[in-house]
Design a protein. Structure first.
Lengths: 557, 893
C-alpha cells in the first residue's frame, strides 16, 4: 500500500514538474494526475483500502471552449484579411490625398473652364487634352493597381491549397499516433504532447478556413469543411486549385479532391481572400469601370455635338460595329444610339461660309432603321463629303476639297458618341480609357463651340460644368455624385470591415485568454501541488518507516 | 485601439497574465503610435475608413474648394480683362469729347474753310485712333471682337469702317454653376452693327414629314410622352417618347391604332390629320392625354369629344425657320392630295409644283384603259376643270407605276403637280396594285394651297458703302444657302435667322455709310420682308428719321399742295400729303388723285406711282400721250418731293429724261393715198395689239376684241379705201377710246382715197409705246447707328461744308457717347460684381478651408493632452507588470 502511494506521488510530482517545465510553452495544456483510492481488500470480515493508484494523466481542457476559439480565430483571420485588403484599396484610391481621381477630375473640368477665359488659344485647348490624359491615366493606373492587388490576392488563394493540405496531413498523421498511443498502452491517459500539437494544428487550420471538428472516442478528430470532410481519422481529402477565366483574369478556385466541390468557406483567411478578391476588389473595379464608361459616354454625348477651332478633313470612327448592315442600335456598340438626328457642317475655309445638312438617325423601329451603310450613304449625299464603311466596319468620312472642313452639331441621337466620331474619350473601361488620338495630335479640334467651327464657347461652357450636371442615365446623379458615392461606399465598406475585424480580434483574444486561464499553468498552484505531493510522499515514507519499526520490534521479540 | 479583454473569474494562469499584460501594452503602444501619426501628419485620420462620414465631407469639401479656386482664377482673369476694357473705353470717351469739341469749333459763322478742312483731318485721325483702340489686344485676345478673339475686328475700308467680330460675349464660371458674361463686344461699344432688318418677319415655314419635334412651336419643341387614341370602343396608348420628327409621330400613331380600327395619318403643311379609315367601320375618333401629360395638346390633336369618322385636323404646329429649311417650304403652301387605294402601301401624295391657292381643287382619277399596258401608263389633264386622269392597266399597274407616270407628265409640262409615295410607314412603299376609281368619283382632290412661292429668279439688290450688290438666289435651295449667298457677297452684310426663329434678318457691318436692301426686278426682298423701303415704311422714318416736310394745311383747313406733277398730256396733278402716314399712302394719294385721269376711258389713271422694281425709290410712270414732259414741281413751303426722293436735293423740280412715245403701227397698202397710222391713246396700252385687214366681205365691218387684243377690219379688197377704214374706226366708240387713227404722211396726196389690201398673212402689230418715267432716289437709307458712322458723317459734313450733315453727325455722336457711357457703366457694374464675387470667393474659400480643417485636422491640444495621459497609462502598465512578475509563492518558501 505504502509502495503504491510513493509511486503515485512520484508520478504526481513528475506531472507537476512537467507542468512547471512548460509554464511558458505556447499551446501547452496543463496536465493533471487523476489519483484514485486503491481497490478495497477483504481481510477477514473487514474491508480495507489498498492505498492510492494513478488512474491517468489528463489534460485540463475545455473542448467546447476550444471549438469556439477556433471559430473565433476563423472569423478573426477572415475579417482582418478583408480589412487589410480594403486598407490597401483605400490607399490606391487615395481619396484624402492630393493626387487622386477627384482632383484629376476637378483639374480636367477646370482646364475646360480655362478655355472660356481664352477661347481661341490653342495652348489652353492643349491643356484640356493634357488634363484629360492625366485623368484617364489616373483611372488607368487605379485599375492597373487594383488588378495587380487582385492578382496578388488570387495567388494567395491558390497558395492556400498547399497550406491546408499540409495541416490536414499533419492532423491526420497525429490522429494515427494518438489513436495508437491512447488505445494501446496509454489507457485512460491523454497523449499530451501529440494532443497539444494537434490542437495547435487545428487552430492554424481554422485560421485558414472555417472547419467543424468532431472528437472521436478513439482520440482521433474528424475535420469537416462545409459538409465535406478534410480529415477522417488518418485519411485526408486533398485540396486542389482549379483556374477559370473571368474578367480577363485566371481566377483560382479551391476544390476538394474527389467530389470536386468548391471550397467556399464562410470564414477563415480563405473566405477573407475570396471576399477581398471578388467583392472588395472585383466590386470596386466594376464600379470604377462603370464610372469610366459613364464618364466617357455621357461626356462624349455632349462633346460630340460641338465644333473645334478647326474642322476635320478626314475622320474615321473610333468604334466598329458588328455589321454595317445592322441597325445602329443593334450593332453591338457599347453606347446605344437612339432615334434622333444630328447636323453635319461643311465649312469653306476660304469664304468662311458653312453648309449645314440634317442627318437623320432613324431608329424609330419603322423597318427603315439606319445602318452604318445607310449612314455612310446619307453623309455622302452632302456636297463635298465622301463617307464609306471601312473593312473593319468603321465609318470613314472625308472632304473632297482641301478648302473644306467638316464638323458635327446638335446630336440628340447619341450616334456620334456611340460610333466614336468627334469624341474626347475613347474606350469604355477603367483600364482602356484614353483621350482620342486625333484630338491629342491636334488640340485645335477641341469641340468648344456649338454654333459652328470656331464660333463660340458655348459647348465648352456646358462641358466645364459637366461634372455638376444631373445625368438621366444615372438616375439624376451627377458625375461628382458618382465619384462621391464610389469613395464613400469604399470608406463605409472598409470601416465596416475594420470594425468587424476589431470585434473578431477582440472576441478571439477574449477566448484565448479564457483558454489560457483555463488550461494554462499557474506556478503558485503547481508549487502548492508540489508541496502537497511532497508531503504525501514524506508521509508515505514515514508510514513505511513506522511499518518497518513495527516489523523490527516484532523481529526483536 | 485598446481593447478590453474580460478578466477571468475562475482561475488565473501565468499565460493568462502574460497575455493580458502583453495585449494591454500593445494597445497602449498602438494608441501612442496613432496619436504620433495624428501629430506628425496634422490629420485626424489617414484613411477614409477611419471616419467615413468625415472623410466624405473632406472629399466633397476638397472638390468644392478646388472649384472655388478655379472660379477665383476665372474672376481674376475676367477682372483684368474688364479693367483693360474700362481703360480702353475711357480713351474712347476722351477721343469722342475731343472730336465733339473740334467739330463744334469748326462750325459757325467765324469758321473758315481751312479750319474746317483741318477739323476734318483731325476727325479722320480720331477715326484711325478709335480703330486702333477697337483692335486692342489683351493676353493675345482682341478685346472688342466678341468671342472671335483671334481675328482683328475693325478694318478701315476707304472712309468706312468694317466690323468682323461677332456680337457675343465671353463668359466664364465665376462660381460653381454660375456663368457670367465678362466682356463687351465691339458692336455694343462702337455700335458697329446695324439694327436688324427683318427681325419681326414671319416666313411661316411649312411642316414637313422630316420636321424635327424640337423645332415645333417656333423652337419651343414638344414635351413628348404618350397619348391615348380611342375609336369609341377601345383605346390605344401610343408612346411617342422615342419620336424625333413629326413623321415618327405619324408613323407611331398609325402603327398603334385602337383595337379593331385602322388609322389614316397625314402630315400636312400645318399639322397632323388623323382619321379612322372608312374600311374599319364606324367609330368616334378621339385623342386624349395620358396622365398629366401635355403631348396631345402640344401636337394640336387633343380632342376628347371625338370627331366620329371625320378627319381630326390638328392645329398648326408652327415650325421654326432653321438653316436647313428648304426655300420651297416657306411663305406659301403647296396644294396637296392623298390618293389612297385599298390596302396598305398604295398611298400617293399629289403635290402642286409651287405654292398657291390656284392649285386647290384639282382632282385625280385612276381609270382602267384596255389599250394601256403596265409600265406604259398615260396621264391626261384638263386645265379648265383641273381634272387629272391616269390611264392604267387594272390588276397590273402598281402604285409606283402611277407615281412614275405622274412625274413624267409633270416633267413634260402636262400637269402642274408632282407625285410621291406617302412617307407614312406602311402606307407608301408603292408595291401594291393601284385601285381603279369608281365611275363618277375622284381618288383625291387637292387642298391646302396658299400664299406665293418665293421669287427666286429676281433676287435682292443690296447697296452698301456706295456699291451695289445684286444677290442672285436662283441656285439656293435652303435658308442657309440664301444666308451664305448674302454673307458671301462681300456686301458688308450679316445675314442670319432672326431671334424669333421665324424669318431671316440682315445687319450691316459697315459703319460710316448708307445701306439699303431693295428689289432686283422682282418681289424677293418684299417677300422676305427685307426691303428697306416699302409701302409700309412710315414717312417719319425717311431721311434718317427726319421725315418729310409738308405744307400741313391751308388757312381754310383744306389740304395744301405739296408738289404738282404735270403729265405729258399737260394734265397737272396737285398732290397733298395731308393724312399720309406711309409710303403706301403717298402712292395712293397720287394714284387715286381725281386729277389723275385715265388716258383711256375706263382705264387706270394715266400716271402710276409705284415702288421701283430695281433698288428702292418711288417710280412715276406717265402713260398719257402728249408732247409735254413729265415734271414734278415742288410747292412753296413744302420739301416733300425732295424728302420722298422724287426731286434731287437742292432743286425744286424734276423732269423725265426721255420723251414718251405712244405705241403705233403704220399700215401701208400697195399704191398711194392709203397709208394708215394706228396710235394708242396711252403710251404702252397698244403695245402688241394687232390690226388685221381681212378680205372676205362686200360690206366692211370692224371687230374690236380687247381680250385677244386684235382689231379685225373685214374689207373688200377691191372697194374699201383708207377713208372707209377711218369711218369704220370712228364709228366704233370702243376703238376710238383706246386708239386714234390717221392717214399716213408723204403718201401721195394723203387724201385717203387709196384702196387697202388684205394683210392676214402679216397683220400689223402696234409697238414702240413707252411711257415717260421719273425714278426717285431712295429716301430711306439705313446706316449703322454708331460711333464710326457719327464721325464719318461729321468728317463728310466738314469736308463738304454741309452744316446739316455736321449737325446730324454731332447728334449721332451724342447718341454714341450715351451708348459708350451706358456700356462703360455696364462694365463698371460688371467689375463691381466681379469684385464682390472675388471677395465672396475669398470668404468662401477661407470658410471651406476652415470647415475642412475642422473636419480633417488634428486638434493638437487635445491630442497632446491625450498623448500625455496615454504615456502615463503606458508607464503604469509597465510598472504593474514589473510588480506582478515579482509576486510568486516561491519567494515565500
Amino acid at each position: 500500500m505504502a509502495g503504491n502511494s510513493l509511486q503515485a506521488n512520484q508520478i504526481a510530482i513528475q506531472v507537476v514538474g512537467q507542468n512547471i517545465a512548460n509554464d511558458n510553452t505556447p499551446g501547452y495544456i496543463q496536465e493533471n494526475v487523476d489519483l484514485q483510492p486503491g481497490p478495497t481488500q477483504e481481510i477477514g470480515n473487514l474491508l480495507l483500502g489498498s492505498g492510492v493508484r494513478v488512474q491517468g494523466v489528463q489534460q485540463q481542457l475545455d473542448t467546447f471552449l476550444e471549438a469556439r476559439l477556433r471559430d473565433a480565430m476563423s472569423d478573426e483571420s477572415n475579417t482582418s484579411t478583408q480589412s487589410s485588403t480594403y486598407t490597401q484599396l483605400e490607399q490606391i484610391v487615395n481619396a484624402l490625398g492630393s493626387t487622386n481621381l477627384g482632383t484629376a477630375m476637378t483639374n480636367f473640368f477646370s482646364s475646360i473652364a480655362q478655355v472660356l477665359n481664352s477661347p481661341q488659344d490653342v495652348s489652353t485647348q492643349n491643356q484640356v487634352v493634357l488634363q484629360g490624359q492625366t485623368l484617364t491615366n489616373t483611372i488607368n493606373s487605379m485599375a492597373q493597381q487594383i488588378n495587380s492587388l487582385r492578382g496578388n490576392v488570387n495567388q494567395q488563394v491558390a497558395s492556400m491549397a498547399g497550406q491546408i493540405n499540409q495541416l490536414t496531413g499533419e492532423i491526420a498523421s497525429l490522429n494515427g499516433q494518438i489513436a495508437e498511443v491512447q488505445n494501446g498502452v496509454g489507457g485512460q491517459s491523454d497523449a499530451g504532447g501529440l494532443q497539444d500539437q494537434r490542437l495547435s494544428d487545428l487552430e492554424s487550420l481554422a485560421q485558414l478556413t472555417s472547419i467543424q471538428v468532431e472528437n472521436q472516442a478513439d482520440g482521433t478528430v474528424n475535420v469537416y469543411a462545409g459538409g465535406e470532410y478534410l480529415v477522417y481519422g488518418s485519411n485526408v481529402n486533398q485540396i486542389n486549385v482549379a483556374y477559370q477565366n473571368s474578367g480577363g483574369m485566371n481566377v483560382a478556385q479551391l476544390q476538394i479532391a474527389g467530389s470536386n466541390a468548391v471550397l467556399d468557406p464562410s470564414s477563415g483567411q480563405l473566405a477573407g481572400l475570396l471576399a477581398s478578391r471578388d467583392t472588395a476588389l472585383g466590386g470596386f473595379l466594376d464600379t470604377l469601370n462603370s464610372f469610366s464608361q459613364t464618364l466617357a459616354d455621357e461626356f462624349n454625348k455632349v462633346y460630340s455635338g460641338g465644333q473645334g477651332l478647326t474642322g476635320y478633313q478626314q475622320l474615321t470612327s473610333e468604334n466598329a460595329v458588328d455589321s454595317a448592315n445592322l441597325a445602329l442600335n443593334q450593332a453591338g456598340l457599347s453606347c446605344t444610339p437612339q432615334n434622333g438626328d444630328f447636323q453635319l457642317l461643311v465649312k469653306n475655309t476660304q469664304t468662311g461660309l458653312t453648309q449645314t445638312s440634317d442627318i437623320r438617325v432613324d431608329l424609330s423601329g419603322d423597318g427603315n432603321d439606319l445602318t452604318l451603310n445607310g449612314l455612310a450613304a446619307e453623309l455622302s449625299q452632302v456636297n463635298g463629303i465622301t463617307a464609306s464603311v471601312t473593312a473593319d466596319n468603321r465609318l470613314s468620312i472625308s472632304c473632297s476639297s482641301p478648302n473644306e472642313q467638316f464638323a458635327f452639331s446638335s446630336d440628340n441621337s447619341g450616334a456620334l458618341a456611340a460610333l466614336g466620331l468627334n469624341t474626347f474619350f475613347t474606350g469604355d473601361s477603367a483600364s482602356g480609357l484614353g483621350v482620342n488620338a486625333t484630338l491629342a495630335n491636334d488640340p485645335s479640334l477641341l469641340a468648344s463651340s456649338s454654333g459652328g467651327i470656331g464660333t463660340d464657347t458655348n459647348n465648352a461652357a456646358t462641358l466645364a460644368n459637366f461634372a455638376n450636371q444631373a445625368l438621366a442615365s444615372q438616375g439624376g446623379n451627377t458625375l461628382t455624385d458618382l465619384y462621391d458615392n464610389m469613395t464613400s461606399d469604399l470608406a463605409q465598406a472598409s470601416a465596416t470591415a475594420s470594425s468587424s475585424s476589431q470585434a473578431a480580434q477582440s472576441f478571439s483574444a477574449t477566448l484565448t485568454s479564457q483558454k489560457a486561464s483555463e488550461s494554462g499553468v499557474n506556478l503558485d498552484d503547481q508549487t502548492i501541488q508540489l508541496m502537497a505531493f511532497q508531503r504525501a510522499y514524506q508521509a508515505s515514507a514515514n508510514f513505511i518507516q513506522t511499518i518497518q519499526q513495527m516489523f523490527q520490534t516484532l523481529l526483536q521479540i | 485601439m485598446s481593447t478590453i479583454l474580460g478578466i477571468s473569474t475562475s482561475r488565473i494562469s501565468d499565460q493568462y497574465v502574460y497575455q493580458q499584460l502583453g495585449s494591454q501594452l500593445d494597445a497602449n503602444l498602438a494608441q501612442l503610435t496613432q496619436m504620433e501619426t495624428e501629430l506628425s501628419t496634422g490629420h485626424q485620420f489617414q484613411l477614409p475608413s477611419q471616419n467615413p462620414v468625415a472623410a466624405q465631407q473632406v472629399v466633397s469639401l476638397t472638390s468644392l474648394l478646388q472649384q472655388k479656386q478655379q472660379a477665383q482664377t476665372n474672376v481674376t482673369s475676367a477682372q483684368s480683362l474688364l479693367s483693360e476694357v474700362d481703360s480702353a473705353m475711357t480713351s474712347i470717351n476722351n477721343l469722342m469729347s475731343q472730336a465733339r469739341a473740334t467739330t463744334v469749333g469748326a462750325v459757325g459763322s467765324t469758321a473758315t474753310s481751312a479750319q474746317q478742312q483741318a477739323a476734318a483731318e483731325q476727325i479722320q485721325e480720331t477715326i484711325q485712333q478709335l480703330i486702333d483702340i477697337g483692335n486692342q489686344q489683351f493676353d493675345n485676345c482682341y478685346l472688342f471682337a466678341g468671342t472671335d478673339t483671334q481675328s482683328q475686328p475693325f478694318a478701315a475700308q476707304g472712309t468706312n469702317v468694317a466690323y468682323s467680330g461677332n456680337d457675343q460675349n465671353l463668359c466664364t464660371y465665376t462660381d460653381v454653376n454660375q456663368l457670367t458674361q465678362t466682356s463687351v463686344s465691339g458692336s455694343q461699344v462702337f455700335g458697329a452693327v446695324s439694327q436688324p432688318i427683318g427681325a419681326n418677319v414671319d416666313l411661316s415655314p411649312n411642316l414637313t414629314f422630316q420636321t424635327r419635334l424640337s423645332d415645333l412651336h417656333v423652337g419651343q419643341g414638344i414635351d413628348m410622352g404618350s397619348i391615348a387614341v380611342s375609336n369609341g370602343t377601345s383605346t390605344s396608348i401610343v408612346d411617342l417618347s422615342g419620336a424625333d420628327t413629326i413623321g415618327d409621330v405619324a408613323n407611331l400613331i398609325r402603327s398603334h391604332p385602337p383595337a379593331g380600327s385602322t388609322l389614316d395619318v397625314q402630315v400636312t403643311s400645318q399639322g397632323l390629320v388623323i382619321q379612322l379609315d372608312p374600311s374599319s367601320g364606324p367609330g368616334n375618333l378621339s385623342i386624349t392625354e395620358v396622365g398629366s401629360g401635355t403631348t396631345a395638346h402640344d401636337l394640336g390633336i387633343y380632342d376628347p369629344a371625338g370627331v366620329g369618322n371625320q378627319p381630326l385636323v390638328g392645329s398648326a404646329l408652327d415650325p421654326q425657320l432653321t438653316a436647313t429649311t428648304s426655300l420651297d417650304e416657306i411663305l406659301g403652301t403647296q396644294a396637296q392630295a392623298v390618293v389612297s387605294s385599298p390596302g396598305g402601301n398604295s398611298n400617293i401624295l399629289l403635290t402642286a409644283q409651287t405654292a398657291g391657292l390656284q392649285y386647290d381643287g384639282a382632282t385625280i382619277a385612276i381609270e382602267n384603259d384596255p389599250t394601256v399596258t403596265a409600265g406604259q401608263e398615260t396621264v391626261s389633264y384638263d386645265p379648265t376643270t383641273m381634272a387629272i386622269v391616269v390611264h392604267v392597266e387594272a390588276g397590273q399597274t402598281t402604285t409606283q407605276d402611277v407615281v412614275a407616270a405622274l412625274n413624267n407628265a409633270n416633267a413634260a409640262g402636262t400637269i402642274p403637280f408632282t407625285a410621291s409615295l406617302d412617307p407614312v410607314a406602311g402606307e407608301g412603299d408603292g408595291s401594291t396594285l393601284i385601285g381603279v376609281t369608281p365611275n363618277g368619283q375622284v381618288a383625291g382632290k387637292t387642298a391646302g394651297g396658299g400664299g406665293q412661292p418665293l421669287d427666286q429668279f429676281s433676287g435682292l439688290q443690296i447697296v452698301n458703302g456706295g456699291s451695289t450688290y445684286d444677290i442672285d438666289i436662283s441656285q439656293c435651295k435652303t435658308v442657309q444657302d440664301l444666308l451664305n449667298t448674302i454673307n458671301g457677297a462681300g456686301a458688308g452684310m450679316l445675314a442670319g435667322i432672326n431671334q424669333a426663329g421665324t424669318g431671316i434678318q440682315l445687319q450691316s457691318l459697315l459703319s460710316g455709310c448708307d445701306f439699303s436692301v431693295g428689289e432686283n426686278g422682282g418681289v424677293t426682298a418684299t417677300q422676305l420682308g427685307l426691303r428697306t423701303f416699302s409701302a409700309d415704311t412710315p414717312l417719319s422714318d425717311l431721311n434718317y428719321g427726319q421725315g418729310v416736310t409738308t405744307n400741313s394745311t391751308t388757312a381754310g383747313g383744306g389740304s395744301a399742295t405739296d408738289f404738282t406733277i404735270t403729265r405729258a398730256d399737260g394734265v397737272s396733278i396737285s398732290v397733298s400729303l395731308a393724312g399720309c402716314q406711309t409710303i403706301g399712302d403717298v402712292l395712293n394719294a397720287i394714284n387715286s388723285n381725281p386729277q389723275n385721269t385715265p388716258a383711256i376711258s375706263g382705264g387706270p389713271p394715266a400716271l402710276v406711282a409705284q415702288l421701283s422694281w430695281q433698288g428702292n425709290g418711288i417710280e412715276l410712270v406717265d402713260d398719257s400721250v402728249g408732247s409735254g414732259q413729265l415734271t414734278i414741281n415742288q410747292a412753296t413751303g413744302s420739301n416733300a418731293a425732295v424728302d420722298l426722293g422724287l426731286i434731287p436735293a437742292g432743286q425744286t423740280s424734276q423732269s423725265s429724261s426721255a420723251a414718251s412715245t405712244a405705241a403705233s403701227a403704220t399700215i401701208t397698202s400697195p399704191g398711194d393715198n392709203n397709208d394708215l397710222v394706228f396710235s394708242s391713246r396711252s403710251d404702252s396700252f397698244g403695245n402688241g395689239w394687232q390690226v388685221v385687214f381681212k378680205n372676205t366681205t362686200d360690206s366692211p365691218s370692224l371687230d374690236f376684241d380687247p381680250t385677244t387684243r386684235v382689231m379685225t377690219f373685214d374689207i373688200n379688197a377691191g372697194t374699201t379705201t383708207a377713208n372707209d377704214i377711218i369711218s369704220l374706226f370712228d364709228a366704233n366708240s370702243q376703238a376710238t377710246a383706246d386708239f386714234s387713227l390717221s392717214l399716213g404722211a408723204n403718201d401721195g396726196a394723203n387724201d385717203g382715197s387709196g384702196l387697202v389690201a388684205d394683210n392676214t398673212a402679216a397683220p400689223a402689230v402696234l409697238s414702240g409705246g413707252s411711257p415717260q418715267t421719273v425714278t426717285g432716289g431712295d429716301p430711306n437709307p439705313q446706316e449703322v447707328d454708331g460711333l464710326f458712322t457719327a464721325l464719318a458723317r461729321i468728317q463728310d459734313g466738314l469736308t463738304t461744308n454741309n452744316t446739316q450733315e455736321i449737325d446730324r453727325g454731332v447728334s449721332l455722336l451724342d447718341k454714341a457717347v450715351t451708348q459708350v457711357n451706358y456700356v462703360q457703366a455696364d462694365v463698371g457694374a460688371k467689375q463691381q460684381g466681379l469684385q464682390a464675387q472675388a471677395t465672396n470667393l475669398t470668404n468662401q474659400t477661407t470658410q471651406l478651408q476652415s470647415s475642412l480643417s475642422t473636419v480633417q485636422d488634428t486638434d493638437m491640444t487635445q491630442v497632446i493632452t491625450a498623448l500625455t495621459a496615454e504615456q502615463a497609462a503606458f508607464q503604469a502598465s509597465l510598472e504593474a507588470m514589473g510588480q506582478i512578475f515579482k509576486l510568486t509563492l516561491l519567494n515565500y518558501l
